[in-house]
Write a protein that binds this ligand. Structure first.
Ligand SMILES: NC(=O)c1ccc[n+]([C@@H]2O[C@H](COP(=O)([O-])OP(=O)(O)OC[C@H]3O[C@@H](n4cnc5c(N)ncnc54)[C@H](OP(=O)(O)O)[C@@H]3O)[C@@H](O)[C@H]2O)c1
Length: 323
């Protein structure tokens, strides 16, 4: 094949185009892409509603899984099954919405035998961020039996996977969603309670959470911090509901609460390898087939991404790219 299909994002608009196939440069791997997925960040990039892409034009898609076609790096050989999440894809370098991708070997992770190429894209950046959030919470001292762990924006990709992983680790999980219709699925994934979130504005609330994974930000994150138990942590993953944080210092100074940052895209390679090992073993979700709720093709991306930004979807949307 001398050309391949790719979803290109321009400063104004985007769509599927045909590009010339080039061999990998030194240190790069050429991957035949099988699957990608749609993260919130992808939806912002494809619709142009957020400043994600930093050089134009660029192929979209923060994540990809596929098989090495050619390698100019000693760590990988043709036929290796691999995945990439973050690492500048769809920001400063071409991403996974294409039949082929050239990626620096440093960004490429070898697939665990426990997962198929499709499974790892049900996870994708959403699953990696959920794992990183839980890893940070555990590093802060969270252990099963300390009390409930809250997950907000629960019906989204990060939310569903975080519930599945936390329940598997033996935590009591309380899910918060704006969608009553998502409650049966969230219980199936492992939530013991499902509620709509109520924000508050008092400096401190009754201590309730041993920990929390927050995908919403704004007033929701502020309220979680005010109700977190002494020495507990809140992992700030997302800002689907707002990028501002208004909170007094009381939770930090009187209860020793910790606000834990999560940046999945720029995680160091050694930690990325470690976390993907954990995702394949002690954090492995048990309900990936229930979390994957839709599959689309490259041509469907604009309409699907607009729907995702409206917050109407549940779970993860996969993109079937090739093979
Ligand atoms: N820090 C990182 O490394 C990292 C990595 C991945 C994702 N993220 C961020 O984490 C968040 C979740 O990502 P995702 O892939 O799970 O996205 P997603 O699948 O689109 O889910 C986002 C969820 O947030 C809730 N939500 C959406 N709009 C909202 C609003 N206006 N107010 C309150 N809640 C709203 C909805 O859940 P309910 O309807 O159930 O409430 C929605 O399903 C996003 O902000 C994303 O950018 C960060």
């Amino acid at each position: 094949m001398s050309t391949y299909r790719a979803f290109r994002i321009h400063e104004q608009g985007g769509g599927v185009e045909s590009l010339p196939l080039e061999p990998p440069a030194a240190g790069e791997v050429l991957i035949r892409v099988h699957w990608s997925g749609i993260n919130y960040k992808d939806a912002l990039a494809v619709t142009g509603k957020g400043r994600i892409v930093r050089r134009f034009p660029l192929t979209g898609g923060v994540d990809l899984s596929g098989v090495v076609e050619a390698s100019a790096a000693p760590e990988f050989a043709p036929g290796d099954a691999v995945l990439v999440t973050g690492c500048g894809l769809s920001e400063v370098r071409d991403g996974g919405y294409a039949e082929y991708a050239r990626v620096p070997a440093e960004a490429v992770i070898r697939l665990s035998q426990n997962f198929s190429l499709r499974d790892v894209m049900v996870l994708g950046t959403a699953g990696f961020a959920a794992a990183l959030a839980i890893h940070q919470l555990e590093h802060n001292g969270l252990a099963p039996g300390q009390g409930p762990v809250a997950v907000t924006g629960a019906s989204g990709g990060v939310g569903c996977i975080a519930i599945d992983m936390l329940a598997r680790r033996g935590h009591e999980v309380v899910a918060f969603t704006r969608k009553p219709e998502a409650a049966p699925l969230l219980r199936e994934l492992g939530a013991s309670e499902v509620h709509a979130f109520e924000t508050s504005s008092r400096p401190l609330e009754v201590e309730r959470w041993a920990g929390a994974v927050d995908n919403v930000g704004g007033e929701v994150l502020s309220t979680l911090l005010r109700a977190t138990k002494g020495w507990g942590g809140v992992a700030a993953v997302g800002l689907a509901g707002g990028a501002e944080l208004t909170v007094s210092l009381m939770p930090f100074l009187l209860r020793g609460v910790n606000l834990l940052g999560v940046n999945s895209a720029a995680t160091r390679r050694d930690k990325r390898v470690l976390l993907w090992q954990r995702i394949a073993t002690d954090l492995a979700p048990r309900h990936l087939d229930r979390i994957a709720t839709a599959t689309v093709g490259l041509d469907d991306l604009p309409a699907t991404c607009a729907k995702i930004l409206s917050g109407a979807h549940i779970g993860r949307t996969l993109v079937k790219v090739g093979a």
